[in-house]
Design a protein around this ligand. Sequence first.
Ligand SMILES: [Zn+2]
Length: 155
Amino acid sequence: MSATADSIDQLREQANEQYWTSNETVSQLAERLGISRNAMYSSVQPMPAGASCMQCDEPLVFTNRTSRTARTATCPACEAQVSLDAGLATPPAGNDLGPGTAVPVAPANGSQSRWEDWKEDAATVPAERVAMIGGAAALGVAIGAAAVKVIRKRS
Ligand SMILES: [Zn+2]
């Protein structure tokens, strides 16, 4: 068994892509790719959220599927969390990484109470976000730089 840097990179790329495009849980994906859950998490790269931070103008990203589903973007520069859609229809699930499907969320008006509910829900699952941010940090600056490059290219 010789895992070259190339094959590791490819695996990470595959893991990242499948994470964002499939509905399988992280456990299922990790099992299928033959990597650990931790490796799976550390392979996931932030997805461009298509908006910029109001504070520092950096392109916002989704750090995981739950935040993408919840339309809660994170600023890679100042780590501000920004809700892109306050009229949230689907609260994020508290287990694993949530449903993982990008459910089209109709902009709802006057859903302040639901938003409040969601904020309470969100408060119960910060560990995952922290883990994701920590995992990304552990991979070093390279990934952050790569992510920014990707964002710039697409915008
Ligand atoms: Zn910012």
